[in-house]
Structures are given as C-alpha cells and as structure tokens.
Design a protein around this ligand. Structure first.
Ligand code: GLU
Length: 328
C-alpha cells in the first residue's frame, strides 16, 4: 500500500453502476467520498460497477465521467486513466471473482441452490422476513454434499451460489452513525454471490474489489448501509482487511421515496445542459448534507476546509421544489 511518511495513505472510491446518469443523490455520494479523501491527501478512485449488463445503459459511463469532471471532482485511478489496482471496470475483473468463488467453495462457505425468488417469497409469506430471506433449513448439509465445488462452471444456468452466513453478529463502526450490528442469519439468510445466470452479485464484487483495491474507507449513501454486513462477511472470510465505512444522507423526493430517474430535470446532465453553474449544485448539496451552514456557490476544492469540521447529516434529505430554485 502507498505510504507517506510511514503512514498508510487513505484510499477511497466512488463506485457508480452505469445504469443511467448521475442524479443529485449520486452526486452527493461522490462529493462526500471525494471530500473525505481530499481532506486527508489520500488517493481517490473511480470504479465502474458494471457486473449486471442487462441493467446497463449505453453511454452511461462517458456521461458519468463528464458529469463528475463538470462538478469539479477528479480521481487518481480509474477506468479512463488506469492505475496499479486495475481493471477499474468490474466487467474486466471476472477472473478475480471466479477465483474468489473457487476459494469460497473450497472453504465450503458457499453452496449451490435452486431456490427461486418466488419460492422464497411463498415460504416467507407468513413471517416478518423479507421475501428473499433464505432460511437455514434449505442449506444442504456441508459434509454430505457431493463434490459440486469441483465443477462450479457446470452449475451456471441451473443453480445460484449462496454464501453461508453466520449466526454471530457482524459489527462495524460507522464514522457518522456509530456502532452497527446485524445477525445475517436473521436478516437475509444465506445470500447469493453468483446468480443462476452466472453473473456475480453486487455484494461479492464490491467486497472483493474494496479489499483487493486496498480501500481504507468507503463513503456512500445510507441506502447501502445494510449491505455493509454482507460485504464484511465476505471480506472477513477471505481475510481481506475491511475499510472504514461512512454512510451519508440519501436524497428523497417529496413523497419520501429515493430520488427517481423520473425527475429528469434533476439529473446532473440535465442541469449541465440547462447551463446551471456546477458550483451552485455543489454548494446546494454541501448545505443539505451539513458541510456548510447555509447555501453558497462553491467548488468542491473550496469545501475541503469546512468538510474537516463538519458534522455530516445522516438522515434523509427530502427535496421540496422551492428549495430547488437555487439550481436555476
Ligand atoms: N454501484 C453501487 C451503486 O451505484 C454503489 C456501490 C457502493 O458504493 O458500494 O449503487
């Protein structure tokens, strides 16, 4: 790992999925992750999470890169500039995920499963559990199962691979929300790490990449906080060092829902095309997140000092139309 004067150099990332343009919520996640790293002279990484081709939108990656640059954010490693920890597109990292799957199989930490979403939903219908909860009773006996793990490729098309969760709590300390704990066996059960169609699951790819890219911190929206437990479970079982986690506010619309793509006018590309000053967006997001007390027109670089002393808001930001007037 990079060291500076004997200290570990901070490494953080923004990791968008190319499922569309950036909106105000993803721009805020990027800004917070960037400020956290730039405020400690660390290395900032852009990683494109394109593990799910059917959900991908053509042209999304160049659009995201353009939007980030336009907002005044830069990075030291990424798909467009390379770096020592590449590839920075997850689609270029399939061999790494396949190796990881083999390793987890050898450790008997995963198993093949044919349970479909609808079967699980049916099974969980009378419980408080989520429709996708995978109960332990469906887990095959690890000692009597035949040698499926030697023929992992043959399972594509018929079986998903699920991770064996522990009954013990997984804990981490969120930089902004404090101690967090969850027992995955009660919350989600054994979760999918490779889908039936052979695509690697988000939880696996993120955990492996954050570990192998030696991230020292993961700053992202609070909507991903519950995924952290699954990612920690994967990292722990692979002996990968965990980063520090910091989950910031999520931007919601007036109905309390996550800001949706239907609000096309709030997409960063739409604001850019409408000729809005990007520093207005940056200042608006900074004020909403508690980095500055009041709205000001500022660039990301001008926020570094305030960020260092700020107490970041963690609860949802509900956008109401009058507040958005400053983005004209
Ligand atoms: N790729 C994920 C998304 O765009 C974010 C992953 C992460 O930050 O861990 O929602």
């Amino acid at each position: 790992m990079d060291t500076k004067q004997g200290q570990t150099r901070a490494r953080g990332r923004f990791a968008p999925s190319p499922t569309g343009s950036l909106h105000l919520g993803s721009a805020l996640s990027a800004l917070l992750a960037w400020l956290s790293i730039r405020s400690k002279n660390g290395t900032f990484i852009l990683r494109i999470e394109d593990v799910d081709p059917p959900r991908e939108v053509t042209g999304a990656v160049p659009g995201i890169i353009e939007d980030l640059h336009w907002l005044g954010l830069d990075w030291d490693e990424g798909p467009d500039i390379g770096g020592p920890y590449g590839p920075y597109f997850q689609s270029g990292r399939h061999d790494i995920y396949a190796d990881t799957i083999r390793r987890l199989a050898r450790q008997r930490l995963i198993f093949p499963s044919t349970a479909s979403r609808s079967e699980l939903a049916e099974l969980n219908i009378d419980s408080q559990r989520s429709a996708t909860f995978f109960p332990k009773k469906l887990r095959p006996d690890r000692n009597t199962e035949p040698g499926w793990y030697q023929e992992l490729d043959k399972l594509v098309g018929s079986h998903a691979l699920r991770f064996v969760v522990s009954e013990d709590p997984i804990t981490f300390i969120d930089r902004w929300s404090g101690p967090q704990s969850s027992v995955l066996a009660d919350v989600c059960g054994d979760f999918v790490v490779r889908r039936k169609d052979g695509l690697y699951a988000y939880q696996l790819a993120v955990a492996v990449d954050d570990g192998l890219m030696e991230m020292t911190e993961v700053v992202r929206g609070r909507d991903l906080a519950s995924s952290t437990f699954q990612q920690c479970a994967v990292m722990d079982s692979l002996g990968l060092g965990r980063p520090e986690y910091a989950h910031g506010p999520v931007i919601c619309d007036e109905n309390g829902g996550k800001l949706s793509k239907s609000r096309q006018s709030l997409m960063i590309c739409s604001l850019r095309e409408a000729g809005v000053d990007p520093r207005k967006i940056v200042g608006f997001l900074a004020a909403q997140a508690g980095i500055i007390p009041e709205y000001e027109i500022l660039s990301p670089g001008e926020l570094i000092k305030s960020y260092k002393n700020a107490s970041i808001r963690v609860n949802d930001i509900i956008l109401r139309d009058p507040e958005l007037d400053v983005l004209q």
